[in-house]
Design a protein around this ligand. Structure first.
Ligand SMILES: Cc1cc2nc3c(=O)[nH]c(=O)nc-3n(C[C@H](O)[C@H](O)[C@H](O)COP(=O)(O)OP(=O)(O)OC[C@H]3O[C@@H](n4cnc5c(N)ncnc54)[C@H](O)[C@@H]3O)c2cc1C
Length: 324
């Protein structure tokens, strides 16, 4: 029996969130007495795929068919099901994302498997199979029991701590995997992908510096961008900011925008409305800068700075530069 982990790639490398899923899957495999096998779709750098071994995987199935190069949840789910059958996998693991959830739901339906999304901890396997998942946008946790033979788990970002300095596994072996692809999965295909200007992906960034209406207007964004550059961070914003076209829509964070889970989230002039918090409460550490000491964001913050963003941001940037 194996644990099968479906990873997402970015420029041929396994995404950080997917590496977390691999590490999680390896621990589940150890607990349940199986091996951790990874499946990856599309173009990939073989040297990057073997790295899954460092996170505990023994083997990587690489489905390199050119038709799988662009994200396609229908085809990926079909291929995943075929890999599950080949490997006799009973537990399937994905990392939580729009794509991860779409593949997981489709594969679970095809396999008649129980599925839990937003998993935050290793399963309890004594007398059943129970997993904890985040509910109400991370404000509470629920325990779910999966009773089906095959189980699908979608792991929340940052749910598992990876200490990069103590990775123990070796290289994984990489095997070509050729699923039977159905034309019906390709009735709509992605022709081209235009990447956002920002070099750093907001969902993958370790640090996010984000601005709200307190930044006063698009012409005042430079101090925030300077801090982001000094920290190697991605930039984000609140919904009104993107609605007002101060910043591009792909930076909009929150319930109706992107959900981020960086190690450090720095909120600049954002009030902390519940809809914004829904997109950031997976962050490990939240720093809030706001001139209003009563701003609701302070209740969700690990560190708070009461002050004017335009005074604080340049000082933080200088401090970040001097640390380098
Ligand atoms: C259905 C629905 C969905 C929504 N989805 C989202 C979503 O996904 N994401 C989202 O962000 N919002 C969302 N919203 C909007 C949300 O309710 C808030 O209105 C929004 O988050 C507020 O944005 P803000 O904090 O930038 O602006 P404001 O509420 O105007 O807050 C600005 C903050 O800046 C501070 N400030 C002002 N000047 C300075 C200064 N010089 N220095 C320091 N601080 C300063 C103020 O004290 C204030 O706290 C949604 C709303 C609804 C109804």
């Amino acid at each position: 029996m194996s644990v099968l982990i479906c990873v997402e790639l970015d420029n041929g490398s396994i995404k950080k969130t997917s590496l977390e899923a691999v590490a999680y899957g390896a621990q589940v495999a150890e607990k349940t007495g199986g091996q951790a096998v990874v499946i990856a779709f599309g173009k990939a750098d073989p040297a990057e795929l073997v790295k899954a071994g460092q996170y505990g995987a023994s083997k990587v199935l690489h489905a390199a068919d050119a038709r799988l190069e662009h994200e396609n949840s229908l085809a990926y789910a079909d291929a995943l099901v075929q890999a599950v059958q080949q490997e006799s996998s009973k537990i399937i693991i994905l990392s939580k994302s729009g794509l991860g959830d779409a593949i997981a739901a489709r594969a679970a339906a095809k396999l008649k498997a129980g599925i839990v999304s937003g998993v935050t901890a290793l399963p309890e396997t004594d007398g059943g199979f129970k997993v904890t998942r985040a509910i109400f946008t991370g404000k509470a946790f629920a325990t779910a029991e999966i009773r089906s033979e095959i189980k699908v788990l979608v792991i929340r970002k940052n749910a598992i701590e990876i200490d990069e300095t103590s990775l123990s596994g070796g290289d994984a072996t990489v095997e070509a995997f050729q699923p039977t692809l159905r034309d019906s999965d390709f009735t709509a295909t992605i022709v081209s992908v235009e990447k956002a200007d920002s070099e750093l992906s907001l969902t993958e960034a370790e640090i996010v510096v984000s601005g709200g209406r307190g930044m006063k207007g698009p012409e005042h964004w430079q101090p925030l961008i300077d801090l982001a550059k000094a920290l190697g961070a991605a930039t984000g914003c609140s919904k009104p900011v993107s609605d007002l076209d101060w910043r591009p829509h792909h930076e909009h964070i929150g319930q109706t925008g992107i959900k981020v889970a960086p190690n450090l989230y720095i909120a600049c002039g954002i009030s902390g409305a519940i809809q914004h918090l829904a997109g950031v409460n997976g962050s490990k550490c939240i720093v809030v800068i706001n001139k209003d000491p009563e701003a609701p964001f302070f209740k969700a913050a690990d560190y708070g700075i009461v002050g004017d963003v335009f005074e604080i941001l340049p000082r933080l940037t200088e401090a970040a530069k001097s640390l380098k």
